[in-house]
Design a protein around this ligand. Structure first.
Ligand code: NAD
Length: 381
């Protein structure tokens, strides 16, 4: 697949123009600058690293995950799993993976005999996450799986159960939870600096062009834009509010007779009600060009991220007392941070920040969103 939302939007260069009435402020401080320096230095630091197998060598694995190992302090790539031996061999050579550690989807289970692999990263189409996660646990490995965790809450539960049975860790790859901008947005939104949050607006969209790609097939994708990128808006509403929604409403619109949308939805708008009274308006689309945005509106100010959830060039503005500030933070690699978090959890026997239960919560809410759209009724959670 050539065009993905994240690749598409990250190509856009959001030139850091500070507009009239805006004050540029670097709130990073020395601590975060030091973190950036450490990221660069990490490529050379030896130390103990866990071995990772990457399952599925598509766009995300090739362009983001494999390059991110160079900056990892606790993670190294030691195996590849692919249906295309030529591609796997080429990448193995490029990233120093021993050719004996290349697997295909048939002999994948024999990875259990490979002590060089501690953690398996599932980067396959959504509908394949459950099977390859469960097989990974049966092979005695820990598993990081891409988002959405699976197509259904049932599958998520099976993955969680398999991890428990194997005594191994399961994490969902919600990379935004590990990078500085979204972490700072969470801190500000929850701190009360903006007053109590009233409303959260979140929008994610990209224009799908290839009608044959797996993202448009129900069995491989689980659904349309909601499952692929609406999940970012849902996650943002949940992590910025630090609450769980109690009710959802939703509307879907899909362009009639568009050959891309025979099986899944194009546009979906959904609303969430949170216990404290916070309301969230979320949108996702496969119909328009790159959008990645959220705004948290409190009684005393607002915070905006645009782009909010892409791989790089994130931007934050905070408005208080009539002044808008652009906040600049270190740009760290989301995948490096996410993978090192998982390695650290395994090394220190800690629960990941985004465990399987977090993926399951999103799947349950997304199913409620689909149900609200189908019935035209509010769904209580
Ligand atoms: P992709 O289409 O580029 O790659 C998918 C890989 O799976 C390919 O190597 C393909 O050969 C392989 N594959 C095996 N069996 C397949 C089948 N039956 N049909 C199609 N492909 C098959 O997709 P991608 O963009 O790399 O996405 C992979 C996963 O990563 C998805 O779950 C997606 O949601 C997730 N993703 C996450 C992010 C993020 O920022 N966290 C970004 C992009 C994608």
């Amino acid at each position: 697949m050539k065009d993905s939302f994240e690749n598409e939007i990250s190509r856009r260069r959001f030139i850091a123009k500070v507009g009239k009435g805006f004050v540029a402020a670097n709130v990073a401080g020395t601590f975060l600058k030091a973190a950036a320096a450490k990221e660069v230095a990490a490529a050379d630091s030896p130390g103990s690293k866990l071995g990772w197998a990457i399952v599925g060598l598509g766009n995300l694995a090739i362009h983001e995950i494999l390059p991110a190992f160079a900056k990892c302090e606790k993670s190294k790539v030691t195996a590849l799993v692919s249906g295309h031996p030529d591609k796997a061999n080429k990448l193995a050579q490029q990233y120093g993976v021993n050719p004996k550690n290349i697997y295909n989807y048939q002999n994948y289970d024999s990875i259990k005999d490979n002590p060089e692999v501690d953690i398996i990263y599932i980067v396959l189409p959504n509908g394949m996450h459950a099977e390859y996660t469960i097989r990974g646990f049966q092979a005695g490995k820990h598993v990081l799986t891409e988002k959405p965790m699976a197509n259904t809450p049932d599958d998520c539960q099976k993955m969680i159960d398999a991890g428990r049975k194997a005594g191994r860790k399961l994490m969902v790859a919600y990379r935004c939870r590990y990078e500085p901008y979204n972490k700072e947005a969470i801190r500000i939104a929850r701190s009360g600096e903006l007053g109590p949050t009233q409303v959260i607006l979140a929008n994610n969209g990209w224009r799908v062009t290839d009608p044959d790609q797996w993202r448009l097939k129900k069995d491989l994708a689980g659904g349309g834009s909601m499952m692929d990128i609406g999940i970012y808006a849902l996650q943002a509403a949940r992590y910025l509010s630090a609450e769980e929604p109690t009710e959802v409403n939703a509307l879907i619109y899909t362009t009639p007779n568009d050959p891309r949308f025979k099986e899944v939805e194009e546009n979906i708008n959904f609303q969430l009600r949170f216990p404290s009274g916070i309301l969230a308006n979320c949108t996702s689309s496969y119909g328009y060009d790159a959008q990645s945005h959220y705004r948290v509106i409190g009684t005393k100010g607002w915070l905006e991220m645009e782009p909010a959830t892409v791989y790089r060039d994130l931007r934050m503005r905070v408005h208080r007392n009539g002044i808008s500030e652009e906040r600049s933070l270190p740009a760290l690699d989301h995948f490096t941070l996410e993978m090192d978090h998982m390695s650290e959890c395994v090394m220190q026997n800690k629960e990941p920040l985004t465990p399987g239960e977090e993926g399951l919560r999103d799947l349950k809410i997304m199913m409620a969103v689909y149900s609200a759209a189908k019935t035209g009724k509010t769904v209580k959670l």
